[in-house]
Ligand binder design. Structure first.
Ligand SMILES: [Fe+2]
Ligand SMILES: [Fe+2]
Length: 437
């Protein structure tokens, strides 16, 4: 895909460390366990690499973070307790590594990581836990993964006290079959009050590991990182699975028509990010069949503010915070959170809102089947007539639809799973699902 204005210097860069802080915000609800696992593994990888003078604590921090991403995907299939029980299962691990590999190669691939062969080696060949002493990074990633597994196991399944977990981890490290130098460095960490505090704290500490040189994301890398955030939020529920990618495409297409190429491009990003605050809406509410009660409605309506607060933390994405905040405002003042009226709502927001509703109407929800684009347009016509939505936007989209406009779905994992070579792993995931349900 082309990203006009993205390839050169006329678009901002974003500090990966800010993104990691937002990722840490995702440590909520059913994702808590997985984020916790990934960040624990990242911190151990980072600290160990620094201690061993590998000079790339940052790169290994990111690699440590990404090994576990496949497990996050498996949370869509398995509830946390079932999952923890299957955590040690060979099939589960293989499936998770496979998904991590898909994540890595499709949406997290970062040129700046350089020497990425180690992570590909682990992920693609399912080589985690095989000891390859000659490759220090593999030793580091393996040990980080193992210790993180123990950590989340103790914390979430056995509900052990922290000092017991620490004792278990130290015990395990002593017996662990890894490179001796790595082992000594690791035991050193558990003697150092600073390093230990960092590892067991809820703060991901990206600033300690990732130096400015590799922290700046731009172009496709930035795009991929944003897609990853979107993906983590939307993939929580099958009802929202394609939502933000659709909104992103529709908003870009309308934006291009009304405001031009560059504004369309920015709307594509707003579309991707507009709902990440939904991470704070419990699945029970997201997937409730039927109408919300007052309380549920209140919780749901916080999501645009939550998106705003999260994006505000990311220097370089602040303008998307502003646009996302307003995507549920209506021109007649009946929206939220500010109840703004028409003159307070800029055109780009009006476009995003329109794209959002068009997308939601044509998607399945627990309380409704998807409408056809024609049916959706007649509902949008009503809303426009009532003064809630923008007339110019409505007319433009009406025109686009009459000229055969199609909404394009983008489901990264789904499309990759279709590939022949992944069939075996796909089967494994299915067997796993059957085992549990
Ligand atoms: Fe929304
Ligand atoms: Fe939305």
């Amino acid at each position: 895909m082309e990203y006009p204005g993205f390839s050169s210097n006329n678009f901002r860069s974003v500090d990966m460390r800010d993104l990691i802080l937002v990722l840490n915000d995702f440590s909520y609800g059913e994702l808590k366990f997985f984020i916790d696992y990934s960040l624990f593994s990242a911190k151990i990888s980072g600290i160990l690499s620094k201690k061993l003078n590998l000079n790339d604590g940052g790169k290994n921090y990111i690699k440590g973070l990404m090994i576990g991403f496949g497990y996050i995907f498996l949370s869509k299939f398995l509830d946390i307790n079932d999952f923890l029980i299957l955590f040690e299962n060979k099939d589960t691990q293989e499936a998770a590594l496979f998904i991590s590999h898909v994540f890595y190669t499709s949406i997290m691939k970062m040129e700046s990581l350089e020497n990425e062969s180690e992570i590909l080696y682990i992920l693609k060949e399912n080589n985690l836990n095989k000891s390859y002493f000659e490759l220090e990074t593999i030793n580091i990633l393996t040990v980080s993964h193992e210790l993180s597994k123990m950590y989340v196991f103790d914390k979430y399944l056995k509900r052990e006290a922290y000092e017991k977990t620490l004792e278990n981890i130290i015990d395990y490290t002593r017996k662990f079959n890894i490179d001796n130098e790595v082992k000594i460095a690791l035991l050193d960490i558990f003697r150092d009050p600073w390093e230990m505090s960092i590892i067991f704290s809820d703060d991901p500490y990206p600033e300690l590991f990732i130096d400015r040189e590799i922290a700046l994301l731009r172009g496709e890398e930035l795009m991929n990182a944003m897609k990853l955030l979107t993906f983590l939020v939307d993939y929580r529920s099958r009802f929202t699975r394609k939502h933000s990618f659709r909104v992103s495409n529709i908003a870009r297409d309308i934006g291009k028509e009304i405001l031009g190429e560059y504004e369309g491009f920015k709307l594509m990003i707003s579309g991707l990010l507009h709902d990440i605050g939904k991470i704070y809406v419990p699945l029970k509410i997201l997937e409730k069949p039927g109408f919300f009660n007052d309380f549920e409605r209140k919780i749901m309506n916080t999501h645009s503010v939550r998106t705003y607060l999260m994006l505000k933390k990311i220097n370089g994405l602040n303008e998307f915070a502003e646009v996302s905040l307003l995507h549920h405002e209506k021109l007649d003042g009946s929206g939220y959170p500010h109840r703004y009226k028409s003159n307070e709502i800029p055109m780009e927001v009006r476009i995003l809102t329109f794209a959002d509703i068009l997308s939601a109407l044509t998607e399945e929800r627990p309380y409704k089947n998807p409408y056809t684009i024609k049916e959706a347009m007649s509902i949008l016509y009503q809303e426009t007539k009532e003064g809630k939505l923008d007339t110019i936007v409505y007319k433009k989209v009406d025109n686009m639809v009459k000229n055969g406009y199609r909404i394009i779905d983008e489901d990264i994992i789904e499309s990759l799973l279709k590939e022949e070579k992944y069939n075996i792993i796909k089967e494994k995931i299915n067997i796993l699902k059957e085992k549990i349900y």
